[in-house]
Design a protein around this ligand. Structure first.
Ligand SMILES: [Zn+2]
Ligand SMILES: [Zn+2]
Length: 364
């Protein structure tokens, strides 16, 4: 085992603690990735606040990019020196979901407490989300990583691990948008801006962003929204109908965790429309619907995890679109911080900033 620095959650809703922790060498099928960048996601913040429970102590962080510095063999072509993004999608490749082309729904259980991390005194330490990337290094399955061009900046690359694939994938894969369809995106935060980009890339006719501030609606338009509606209006769906020429949307993408957004989402839908649930409310939160309306209008409610992506298929085309100027990534980064500043970076993210804060690692 080697000693690395990590930001450890010792108690929910308390600052993370920078500690020396132990990490095991990669086993067969695994790689060690020395990280250059890890972005802070609202999921990390929800875990650290205790919203979803889980084992403590734990290392969160799951939107990472770096370079492979060791392999355990059997890594299907991945080699030391490869630049990669690290995702939390640990798919076994052979369960019914994986075999059916849905690796985000992998059914094979995986014990993250018995993973590669230990506390300095050898005690258990959870590799949360199968990543534990608020740390200088991760040891992960080769199925969780995707090779990227060496020249792609790692801060930009880290965004592809979660926020970008979740938002773009929800529009392209989960909603299956076709050119000419109308879309409403609720929430113009990190995932929402990517859902908007995904709708634009898919050829949507009109893209209505719904958020609680004019500032975020203005940013949404930079990412491709054609209209903005304030969620604070009495009946914001009526403003959306007007923007959509008097009809409801073909798809509503809900990218926030607030329950009112889920209660209202179906009101934006037109006949045959689908509401795609992407945001991650706290465990136990409930939403309510009027089933007769859904039945009469042939509408659907669909949950989407991680944009239903197949990372080996979807991340490479997103990199191409970025390099062609068709997918905005640089503009998603609001700040760069060191690991020792992680609590400040998290506090800044909690203020509701639309974009991503990225922890950059100093590599000697
Ligand atoms: Zn995330
Ligand atoms: Zn599987």
């Amino acid at each position: 085992m080697q000693s690395i620095k990590a930001a450890v959650c010792r108690a929910f809703d308390k600052p993370l603690v920078i500690e020396d922790v132990l990490i095991a060498p990669p086993a067969a099928g695994e790689v060690e990735v020395t990280l250059d960048a890890v972005a802070i996601c609202h999921s990390d913040i929800s875990f650290a606040s205790g919203a979803w429970g889980g084992f403590l102590p734990a290392v969160y962080g799951h939107e990472a990019a770096g370079v492979i510095t060791a392999t355990g063999g059997m890594t299907e072509g991945f080699e030391v020196g490869d630049s990669v993004v690290v995702t939390l999608i640990r798919a076994c490749g052979s369960c019914p979901s994986c075999a059916g082309g849905k690796p985000t729904l992998c059914e094979t259980p995986h014990d993250t407490v018995k993973g590669p991390l230990r506390t300095a005194d050898g005690g258990p330490l959870e590799q949360a989300m199968a990543c534990g990337a608020f740390a200088e290094k991760v040891v992960v399955s080769h199925r969780q990583i995707v090779r990227i061009p060496e020249a792609l900046p790692k801060d930009v690359a880290s965004l592809l691990s979660c926020g970008v694939i979740t938002g773009v994938g929800a529009a392209v894969n989960a909603a299956g948008l076709r050119p000419g369809q109308d879309v409403v995106v609720i929430g113009a935060g990190g995932v929402g801006l990517n859902a908007i980009q995904g709708a634009r890339i898919a050829g949507a006719r009109r893209i209505v962003a719904v958020d609680i501030t004019e500032d975020k609606l203005a940013i949404a338009k930079e990412f491709g929204a054609t209209h903005g509606v304030l969620a604070t209006l009495d009946a914001p769906w009526k403003a959306a109908y007007r923007a959509l020429g008097g009809r409801g949307a073909d798809a509503v993408l809900i990218t926030v965790g607030a329950i009112p957004a889920y209660d209202q989402a179906v009101r934006y839908l037109g006949r045959g429309g689908k509401a795609i649930m992407i945001g991650m409310p706290h465990s136990g939160d409930m939403a309510s619907y009027e089933p007769v309306v859904l039945a009469a209008l042939g509408q659907g409610l669909i949950g989407s995890k991680m944009g239903d992506v197949v990372i080996q298929r979807d991340i490479p085309w997103m990199i191409d679109l970025y390099e062609q100027g068709r997918l905005r990534l640089d503009e998603l980064i609001s700040g760069r911080w060191s690991l020792s500043q992680i609590n400040e970076a998290i506090a800044d993210t909690k203020t509701g900033s639309a974009k991503r804060n990225v922890i950059m690692f100093d590599r000697a």
